[in-house]
Design a protein around this ligand. Sequence first.
Ligand SMILES: [Zn+2]
Length: 104
Amino acid sequence: MKEFSGFCCSDMETNVSKSNLVYYNQVFDEYGLNVIEDNVSYILIEYCPWCGERLPLSKRDLWFDELEKLGFENPLFESNIPEKYKSDAWYKDEQTGDGSVSSK
Ligand SMILES: [Zn+2]
């Protein structure tokens, strides 16, 4: 994960980037504990286990809503979704207002 500095504390940063303990899903802006057994799923967490800070609310539902509006019925399994929805760009764009979403 490149150029992401929005972690609540250095413990979180270390455990996301250097250990396999916490998974940060940049697309949905959500944190989870990796399930070691299957190495695929993770258990969502709402608070940082180290500093106790409230973590960002998952944008998972919003992501599905937006892609549904664009006509993708099952976006997780479609490979041709717009590029920005494959990273954090889809919500970063809207927050800063420099995206191409609606104003131009
Ligand atoms: Zn923290």
